[in-house]
Design a protein around this ligand. Structure first.
Ligand code: ADP
Ligand code: ASP
Ligand code: MG
Length: 430
């Protein structure tokens, strides 16, 4: 017997028919003698719809009221799944975030979660009742509904798994594991049996949607065994207990696996893309000490996340151009803030571009191999793809390119780093 947390994403919960399929997967785990908690997302598209209502009602919406609205999507699916399980003869009940209680802290609409006591849920699970918990939502320090940022149900699932001390947290989605890149974009993407926490963290933070970044860091911190697998499987598919998906593992576990299989670690293990960045250029900024601080301190204070930064070589007149990226959603705020600082900073023009994409290659092997960035630049140059900005970390290289060239760039890099599978993945449209 094991204690399992099962999380189902939006496409898995999209309509009563899909929910019935999910209920069958849950029932099978419970019938195997396991204690089960289920964390659910809103139906696919529902959170977007609710966010749009908030924007229409008040473009400068209060994040606490936004939370009251957008948390409702998960409330509906949690109730529907509990009803469906009951109709199948299972003992099940829903637990809203405040009832668990999933305690959050930090800003509304982007709340964080760490430790909380889920003794009551655990007691119900031990008594053989399936606990159905809405993802994404919790209760803030001021006692109001809070949500955890887009994709936050992954983090809810990991937090619940840690709170009930689960043996495994299974993240069911619409792909059957973590691939070398988005399998919907590259037909030859390869499914990985194991990915390390560090690599998954980096991949998630540069745009691989499959797990929310915070869910990975929380799982790493709390030692939660995390598997990504598909809910779109036939009744006779191998059970989740046989680990058919991708396990997110520690560095030591990965080393042991590679040794056992007599496999070499690849330098690059994943490629991610992000089309939600915007490029900002400030022209003719004074080329003097302190000038860049005048730009980035106020942006930081306003909570605007700056990613890539380039300062061009100064011109003759002691001026330089400064280029950086911000999330597209933050661009209007960043632009308005910089306008108010025009005289203080002393720049000439603000040029913005949202037709950009960030493509990143990630791999632990980069720590010990040189030439990874050079391979990237050469492969892109050979296809005439221009690099507008670069950023690196110990295990990642990212480039900013024209968004029209994203898919081509990802495919070219996938081949350049020797990641292509022999046969194409069914259904991918590359
Ligand atoms: P859910 O609604 O289940 O939370 P998401 O849409 O958030 O699902 O995440 C799953 C999607 O992540 C997949 O459909 C796939 O297009 C995308 N994805 C991006 N990068 C990867 C990757 N490396 N491996 C698998 N899926 C990826
Ligand atoms: N429904 C929320 C979203 O779309 C949370 C989630 O699905 O993870 O962001
Ligand atoms: Mg998701």
């Amino acid at each position: 017997m094991a204690r399992i947390v099962m999380k189902f994403g939006g496409t898995s919960m999209a309509g009563t028919e899909r929910i019935r399929r999910v209920a069958e997967l849950v029932r099978a785990q419970a019938a195997g003698g396991n204690e089960v908690a289920v964390v659910v997302s809103a139906m696919a598209g529902e959170t977007d719809r609710l966010v749009n209502f908030c924007r229409e009602a008040n473009p400068l919406y209060d994040p606490a009221e936004y939370d009251a609205v957008v948390a409702s999507g998960e409330q509906v699916t949690a109730g529907l799944l509990a009803l469906t399980l009951q109709a199948m003869g299972c003992k099940a009940r829903s637990w809203m975030g405040w009832q668990v209680p999933v305690k959050t802290f930090g800003a509304h609409a982007n709340a964080r979660v760490d430790d909380f006591d889920a003794a009551n849920v655990l007691a119900a699970m031990s008594a053989g009742e399936i606990a159905v918990i809405p993802g994404f939502q919790g209760i803030s320090e001021d006692g109001r509904v809070a949500t955890m940022g887009r994709g936050g149900s992954d983090t809810s699932a990991v937090a619940i798994a840690a709170a009930v001390n689960a043996d495994r947290c299974d993240i069911y989605t619409d792909v059957d594991g973590v691939y070398t890149t988005d399998p919907r974009i590259v037909a030859r993407a390869r499914k990985q049996k194991y990915v390390t926490f560090e690599e998954m963290l980096e991949l998630a933070s540069v745009g691989a949607k499959v797990l929310q970044t915070r869910s990975v860091s929380l799982a790493m911190k709390k030692n939660v065994r995390l598997q990504v697998l598909s809910s779109f499987v036939d009744a006779d598919a191998p059970s989740a207990d046989t680990l058919p998906g991708t396990m997110i593992v520690s560095e030591a576990e990965m080393e042991a696996y590679l040794e056992k299989e007599n496999m070499e670690r690849q330098t690059v293990t994943g490629i991610a893309l992000d089309k939600n960045e915007a490029r900002v250029v400030l022209t003719r900024v004074p080329d003097k000490p302190g000038a860049v601080a005048e730009i980035f301190l106020p942006l930081g204070e306003a909570g605007i996340n700056v990613d890539m930064i380039i300062q061009n070589v100064g011109r003759d007149k002691g001026e330089t151009d400064v280029t950086f990226t911000v999330p597209q959603a933050e661009l209007p705020r960043a632009q308005a803030l910089l306008e108010t600082l025009r005289d203080k900073i002393g720049f000439n023009r603000i040029i913005t571009d949202t037709k950009v994409a960030k493509v990143s290659v990630v791999g632990m092997g980069m720590k010990s191999h040189t030439g990874v960035a050079a391979t990237m630049f050469k492969a892109l140059a050979d296809r005439g793809i221009n690099v507008q900005a670069i950023s690196t970390s110990e295990i990642k290289v990212s480039v900013l390119i024209d968004s029209d060239e994203t898919e081509l760039a990802v495919r070219v890099l996938h081949t350049a780093y020797d990641l292509d599978a022999e046969a194409a993945v069914d259904g991918a449209d590359a």
